[in-house]
Write a protein that binds this ligand. Sequence first.
Ligand SMILES: [Cu+2]
Length: 549
Amino acid sequence: MRVRSLPSLVIRSLRRAAGAVTAPRLAVVLLAVALPALFLPSIQAAAKPGTQLTATQPTGTKAADQELTWTADDSMIAYKSAPESATAGPATIVFENSTATGNTTGMTHTLTFDTSTPGYNHDVSLNIIASPFDADGGRHVAQVNLTPGKYRYSCVIPGHGQMVGELVVTEGGGEDTTAPQVSAQVTGDQDENGGYVGAATVTISASDTESGVDTVEYALDGGPYAAYSAPVSVNVPGAHTVTFRATDKAGNTSAVGSVAFTVVAPQEEDTTPPQVSAVLSGRQDSSGTYLGSATVTLTASDAGSGVDTVEYSLDGQPFAVYTQPLPVAQPGAHSLSYRATDKAGNTSLVGSVAFTVVAPQEEDTTPPQVSAVLSGRQDSAGNYVGSATVLLSVSDTQSGVATLEYSLDGEAYTEYPSPVSVTRAGAHTFSYRATDKAGNTSPVATLRFTVVSPEDDTTLPQVSAAITGTQDWAWNYVGAATVKLTASDVGSGLDTVEYSLDGQPFAAYTQPLRVDQPGAHTLSYRATDKAGNMAVGTATFMIVEPGGA
Ligand SMILES: [Cu+2]
């Protein structure tokens, strides 16, 4: 036994007490020495006193460059001195409990690192038992490897429970001020909307390259934070949010992260077939025939298990899987059948669409033909009196006429609905154009004309008389003559045509005039236009009795 016999320890202690020890003091001293004697064999079962146990310290490591020294004296409530902090990595631990450090009683102390209390590093197993009179004179040295975090140590001699302290170890390169990285992943079976069917599992990952991750916490739907230790399963249907954070051993806490997801109840058994429909598209003529090609687009939906396959059959061919809109360019009549099947195996009834395709027409690149006819009464100068009317005609032999427009006197083009009448006096320009359904627009054509008001008519009417009847050799009319007046006015138009036979008052001319009175006759006639211009004329003729000389 390396522990010296109790009597000699006690005697030495008493001697060092120099007779000043009182009875209670003696009792304490006796207790302090006697109990270790009972206690030590149990903790020395694994190691002899004065040796150290280090769980993680391999033998033969290089010398540590930091030395941490604990000292003890006669106190049973505190070490005389102890380090408070260290840096991670190899360290030389010195524990001295000797007369040199003030131990006058020979009391045994230990420096024992805690390997069970939560919240502390447990990776160093150190249990140094020192006494001033042991083989090393109470000074023991051990090599350990410290990791970032906190270590708790104490003296395990019964009654010395207050001899306890903490050693804080920080990252060797300097203080850790960087929060851990933390992230979360949501996994589970998802439906087509992204909802998790039945349950979602949230897995949180955290890392810290310096002091290391100390705690990871999470909160579900705004509830209190709880320690995260394993993936969290959420199976309550509805929208959820999980927030999370991590803290490293240096006390740095990450920003709060969050993931949002929705859990949906597992679906009931699907016994309803999908809905499927077809839509035809393409350029059509007025009868609905597709020009060049028709495209069939199939759409299917299934509220239960979801659509598995959509199939089609063109013109009686075997059903094939539909993946994308199907163009049909073959000229002729077609029938396309279609159906859809859901993931539970329910197949819809077969639907069908019929359509006709004709060969594509040649492209229309020719603009419409447009022509204009100007009409109205004109005066001798070619001016339109009162009004001019423009009649447009248009044709397009290919795509057909889309629009026909005109612009009067530079105003905006407007659609031509019917003949346009221009009554405002003055010079006018009338422009017109037409566009076909293929977008070809004819060149603009322009008519120029002048409209004058009737009051501006200064042109005399034309009026003349024609005399008919049987004539003799001297051009005399035999028995009777018929006088016919003809009048016209290119300006404001005729107002009146009148005649006066043989000096009688003028009367309105309404019909050819028969004269049978024998003798010489003079017929005066006149025509007046609406502007008041009057033209006059005179005709003379002779009537003789039949058979007369
Ligand atoms: Cu002690």
